[in-house]
Design a protein around this ligand. Structure first.
Ligand SMILES: [Zn+2]
Length: 187
């Protein structure tokens, strides 16, 4: 397995950081004057992981793409440049030792496992929220549908069941909402 330094670089260096490093002024709306065609107003939009010029249509899907074009260099040279300019410390340009290779593989396997765990947690949190919401909505409908029409009417068991179960369902829904909110606002 070859170590994919491109992936590592894309993960660690953002497009706004590349602009700052190479003296490309980006305005508060994340636009800059396109370095690849002559223009008076900024029409290149800078994203976290790339850029798009609305003037000439150039599209960059990664910081490496951008650096290749900006400095007119090939992929490996661009990786090497970013590695040096951002002090990433990646062993580019020398053949990795078996130990480095193993460490890199281990690191990537750990990252993959962490990403999968996050994905599982997200699904779990979302599922719990939708189940809780369904349950609460169903009980509320049951309560309304079976509500006694006047005080002397016999109270339906379904109505009793609904009002008995609703406080717990509501608590479950509130907890699920909180967990979902916490999950989405983490990091
Ligand atoms: Zn352009």
């Amino acid at each position: 397995m070859r170590i994919n330094y491109g992936e590592e670089i894309r993960r660690r260096v953002s497009m706004p950081e590349v602009c700052r490093c190479y003296g490309i002024d980006v305005d508060i709306h994340n636009f800059t004057k396109c370095p690849f065609h002559h223009e008076k107003t900024a029409s290149m939009k800078i994203y976290d992981d790339g850029a798009h010029c609305y003037g000439c249509g150039l599209q960059f899907n990664s910081v490496i793409d951008f650096v290749m074009k900006y400095f007119q260099i090939d992929f490996l040279t661009a990786c090497d440049k970013l590695n040096k300019d951002f002090s990433l410390g990646l062993p580019i340009g020398h053949i990795p030792t078996l130990r480095e290779q193993r460490e890199a593989e281990k690191m990537m396997a750990e990252r993959k496992a962490a990403a999968e765990a996050r994905q599982r947690e997200r699904e779990e949190v979302q599922n719990e929220y939708y189940f809780a919401l369904d349950d609460y909505t169903r009980l509320d409908k049951q309560r309304i549908d079976n509500m006694p029409c006047d005080p002397s009417a016999e109270i339906d068991d379904k109505y009793i069941e609904a009002v008995t179960k609703m406080p717990m369902a509501e608590e479950r829904l509130i907890n699920a909402e909180r967990r979902l909110w916490e999950y989405e606002h983490r990091r």
